[in-house]
Design a protein around this ligand. Structure first.
Ligand SMILES: Nc1ncnc2c1ncn2[C@@H]1O[C@H](COP(=O)(O)OP(=O)(O)O)[C@@H](O)[C@H]1O
Ligand SMILES: [Mg+2]
Length: 245
């Protein structure tokens, strides 16, 4: 077992996470590959993400020579605390040298919607203002040298305040930290799966902030977005699933 905790106050929650996580009273908030629950501890609630046990090759790789996803989520969060829900800690459980269970804990961010809702709801209120705010937030991340490698709609949480929007990114185990090229910055918007009109609003605002030519920026971003859709749709077709866009 190895773990790290930001504040000793939550050490007990971390060390006994399996017991706390499995309590019946917990609310499961998301379950696809991984399971996320809201877990109360000493009068507060935490978001606990339990990572799916990796397949054997990765149990070996994560157990021996690569950082696991829970650890990376925590380390990456600690590097960019302003941009993510407050990180609490991570813990890993190994059998021999194989990584089995792992958990990442953060504070809840009480968001109002993810970027998916404006992107998929035709008459979502204040769309333009939200897209401008997304451009600003993305630009700040990029200026800090942060590239979220899974910058997809469900990973961008938004809280609406009086007159401004607060953004947080989650699912941060895959990130790159480096000086970003214009190409990399613009390609980062491809996973949003935005339609051309919405992407155009986002990119125009971004180009202004990044002081790059808006026409050229849009053409790079549209191309990257279409490539991403084509690649994903091809995969879906091969699996016999329905495609959109
Ligand atoms: N700190 C948090 N505060 C509030 N909600 C969260 C938090 N972390 C995750 N969630 C919720 O759980 C969902 C899935 O989290 P995520 O880390 O993206 O898991 P996955 O890897 O399965 O996509 C998010 O879309 C969000 O609704
Ligand atoms: Mg996610």
């Amino acid at each position: 077992m190895n773990y790290e905790v930001h504040n000793e106050r939550q050490k007990d929650l971390l060390i006994h996470i399996k017991t706390y996580f499995d309590l019946d009273r917990n609310e499961t908030i998301f379950q696809k590959r991984n399971i996320l629950k809201r877990v109360p501890f000493e009068g507060r609630e935490y978001i606990v993400k339990s990572f799916k046990t990796p397949h054997l090759i990765n149990q070996i790789a994560y157990g021996l020579f690569r950082d696991g996803k829970a650890k990376k989520s925590y380390y990456n969060s600690m590097k960019i605390v302003d941009f993510v829900p407050a990180p609490i800690g991570y813990i890993e459980f190994k059998k021999g040298f194989l990584l089995k269970e792992s958990y990442f804990i953060s504070e809840p961010f009480e968001y109002d919607f993810t970027i998916r809702e404006p992107l998929t709801t035709p008459d979502f209120p204040n769309k333009t203002a939200i897209y401008h705010a997304l451009a600003r937030f993305s630009h700040q991340l990029h200026q800090r040298g942060v590239l979220h490698l899974d910058y997809s709609p469900g990973n961008i949480l938004i809280k609406a305040h009086q007159g401004w929007y607060e953004f947080k990114i989650i699912d941060v185990n895959r990130m790159a930290f480096k000086t970003l090229s214009t190409q990399e910055r613009l390609e980062n918007f491809a996973q949003l799966w935005a339609n051309d009109e919405d992407l155009s609003i986002i990119i125009q605002a971004y180009a202004k902030l990044a002081k790059i030519d808006p026409q050229e920026a849009l053409s790079i971003a549209l191309k990257a977005s279409q490539n991403h859709k084509d690649r994903k749709n091809l995969k879906k077709r091969l699996k016999g699933k329905k495609v959109v866009d």
